[in-house]
Every structure is written in C-alpha cells, then in structure tokens.
Design a protein around this ligand. Structure first.
Ligand SMILES: Nc1ncnc2c1ncn2[C@@H]1O[C@H](COP(=O)(O)OP(=O)(O)O)[C@@H](O)[C@H]1O
Ligand SMILES: [Mg+2]
Length: 399
C-alpha cells in the first residue's frame, strides 16, 4: 500500500485526506493540534507542527511516505518543499521559491523584480522606519503582517477618519511571527480570487471568483460568487496577470489561489498562494460551477496520475458567511427552512447556542455559511442571499 503524508489536518484539509483514502492510499496526517478534525479520518496521526521543517523531515524518514503534500495551508508549502528537496522527491516549487509563495515581503519583492502589477509597498522591520515612511503614502494605506493569513493583522489606515497610524502598525506588528510588516498603497476596486492549476510550468485558470469583504478597517471575507461578473476583457487581463504571477513565484506544478484588486490601472495582485484555496472555494464552489474537483486533481498530481482539468459544465455558485459581532449566541432559527430552499446545497454553523463570540477581525470569527448553486452566478448569489435572510441568529450582549 502506498503512503501519503498530508501536512495539515484541519477541517479544510479533510477533503484531501478523504480523497487520498478513497484511492486506497495509507494517509499519514500531520498537525500540531491533537484534536484536528482530519485525525479522525487519517490512518496515522502525527502531532507535530507543519511548519517544523526538521520535525516533519524526521517524521518522513521514520514513516517513509511515497508522497508528501499539503492542501489548503500556506506555511506547510515550505515544509513540503524542504522535505521533498532533502529526499530527492519531485518538486512542485523549490524551497527557495516557496518563501515567495508564503511570505508577503519576499513575494512583493519577487513581483517587483518580475514586473508583476502590484501596489507601491515597503517592507518594515522597525517602528522608526514606519514613522519615516508612512507620511509618503498619503491619507489612506494598508498595513499588514508579512506572514499571517485569514486577514489577521491587516488594517486600513485612513487619516481623514482619524485612524492612528502607529496604533495600526503595532496591531499588525503584534500579528506578525517575524516582526516584519508591509505598508502598501491602498488599491481601490472590486476584488477577485483566482483558482488555477499549473502543470509543468503552464497555468490553467479554472475559476475567477468575485469576493465580498467587510467594510474597512478589517477585511474579513463575507462571501464569494462564481464565475466573476466582470467583463470578458477584464477577465482576460486577470488571467494574463495570474499566469505571469505564478511563473514569477516559480510554481512548477499544483493548485494555486491568487487574489487581485481590479484598479483603474488594471488588475493588481494582492497575494498568491501555491496551494488550494480555502474558504470553501476549491472544495465546494469550483466543483459546483465547473465540475472540476481541484482536490482530486492535486491528489492525482501527487501520485503521478493524469490531472483532468476539463470543465464539465458552466454554472454559478456562491457562498455567504454569517458575520459575527460581540456577545453570546442566544438563538439560531430557521436553518431547516433555509436548507430546503431551491438551490441551497449546504448550511453549516461553526458555533452553537451559548457560545461567546468576540471578534470581527478575522475569518475565524465568522459564525457559519450558506452555499448555493444556480444556472449562473446571479442566480446562485440571489439564492444564497435569500437563505441568509431566512436564517436568524440572535446575539445578546454579555451581562
Ligand atoms: N494593498 C491593498 N489594497 C487594498 N486592499 C488590500 C490591500 N492589501 C490587502 N487588502 C485587503 O485585505 C485582504 C487581506 O489581505 P491579504 O494580503 O490577502 O492578507 P491575508 O493573508 O490575511 O489574506 C485582501 O483580501 C484585501 O481585501
Ligand atoms: Mg488573502
């Protein structure tokens, strides 16, 4: 029996573990969280951090997997590259390039070298550097950690609205593992994410997804709709930028998730990741709108089988997240009715009655989601929105 080591066993990685098992592979799941959901599905569980390159390398030497991959997490992309290089396994990205796919400072620098359209930016290591630089960015700019995810630590500074730049800097700095933050020009315009798959350096764009985020100063994703409603001309430009972006990062093979803002100067890259997209885009929306299962594709790639990127159909799909606030959940109603609505394919809640909720800063603060499909993006979005209106979540403030 062939063995596959999968780095990351959280709920978003469960589909990859299941797909590997479906193909008869022995799955070794790695996650620092002993209670990771994927551990109950895998054949063997190893509780070490997926970013501990040496630790995972040692575990690979002991367990001798035939393949090693990650699915939806950023940081393990580096670990996979490190271990594969050490074990002389085929590379989807080199260890050196994996830094450009996982650290926003390296990524922005690589983009600048390669002429990828991006906002003006500076990498900041010290508070004094920030104090000198920020006045050159005008009244509105972004500060974000070089190495976090899920919008943690990303802030818009809006001087006219009275934002304190130094407070934002400290906020971002506190959410950066390495203490490095980026200051960036604030890009205005609609936002999209792009799912693609690269084979031998050639990238196929599978889906362009319109994204809804919360109002600034935080940028928590509230919904996604496929396929994008932007014009064909803009979509062509997006595809071109994405292909150049992945080639600049050095992605040889595998799935990727790229985020862009469509500015008046054209599409500019927010960030890219050499892995499957999270937020249920690759696991749920892309299969509903195209018939392509990118998780299946990435397992096929890992085991050296044919990767089938053929579109089976052209439909719409959408997800809306139930946003959060502060307080205690006192009631959740009408879920059953919403689930019965035409086109609704899934409703999930991450919290339950009595749970204390306390944040609006990151994707992890959301309460749940609704997914729907329709003949096109508009219909899927309308169904999702109607289901969201049907559901009622009562939140009471803490006494
Ligand atoms: N320079 C920017 N201009 C405008 N919006 C931005 C900029 N950088 C980030 N954002 C917004 O913040 C969100 C999160 O930032 P991102 O760099 O993708 O970090 P994360 O790794 O946390 O997803 C983006 O999806 C986008 O909505
Ligand atoms: Mg992002």
């Amino acid at each position: 029996m062939k063995k596959i080591m999968i780095l990351g066993a959280s709920r978003l990685q469960v589909p990859a573990i299941q797909e590997a098992k479906r193909r008869g592979l022995f799955v070794i799941a790695v996650d620092y969280d002993k209670n990771a959901e994927g551990f109950s599905v895998a054949d063997k569980c190893i509780d070490i951090s997926t970013i501990d390159c040496e630790g995972v390398y040692k575990a690979a030497l002991e367990n001798k997997p035939d393949y090693i991959i990650t699915s939806t997490s950023d940081m393990p992309v580096r670990t996979v590259a490190y271990v594969r290089e050490k074990l002389n396994m085929p590379l989807d990205i080199s260890y050196t390039d994996s830094f450009c796919a996982t650290n926003k400072a390296f990524m922005r620098q690589r983009f600048r070298e390669c002429g990828i359209p991006i906002p003006r930016f500076n990498v900041i290591e010290e508070e004094d550097e920030f104090k000198t630089l920020y006045p050159t960015y005008g009244d509105r700019f972004i500060i974000k950690p070089a190495d976090n995810a899920a919008s943690r630590g990303v802030r818009l500074v809006d001087i006219d609205k009275g934002t304190d730049p130094l407070e934002c800097y400290k906020f971002s700095f506190g959410r950066s593992r390495t203490g490095t933050v980026l200051i960036e020009e604030y890009m205005l315009g609609p936002e999209v994410s792009v799912e693609s798959f690269t084979l031998n350096g050639i990238t196929d764009v599978i889906a362009i997804t319109d994204k809804i985020v919360t109002q600034p100063p935080f940028f928590v994703e509230l919904g996604h709709t496929e396929q994008s409603q932007l014009s064909e001309n803009i979509k062509r430009q997006i595809k071109d930028v994405v292909k150049r972006t992945l080639s600049a990062v050095g992605v040889i093979n595998g799935p990727s998730h790229t985020e862009l803002k469509i500015t008046t100067e054209g599409p500019k890259v927010v960030e890219t990741a050499a892995r499957l997209g999270g937020d249920f885009i690759t696991s749920k929306l892309v299969p509903l709108s195209t018939g392509i299962d990118m998780t299946v594709c990435s397992i096929s790639l890992a085991v050296g089988e044919h990767v089938d990127l053929t579109r089976k159909y052209d439909r719409g799909s959408a997800i809306r997240f139930i946003p959060t606030t502060f307080g205690i959940i006192a009631g959740i109603d009408n879920i059953k009715n919403a689930k019965k609505m035409f086109g609704v394919t899934e409703i999930e809640l991450y919290k339950k009655i009595g749970d204390r909720i306390g944040g609006t800063e990151s994707s992890n603060d959301r309460i749940g989601h609704v997914i729907a499909t329709g003949k096109d993006a508009n219909q899927a979005a309308a169904i999702c929105d109607a289901a969201m209106k049907t559901i009622s979540v009562e939140i009471v403030s803490e006494q």
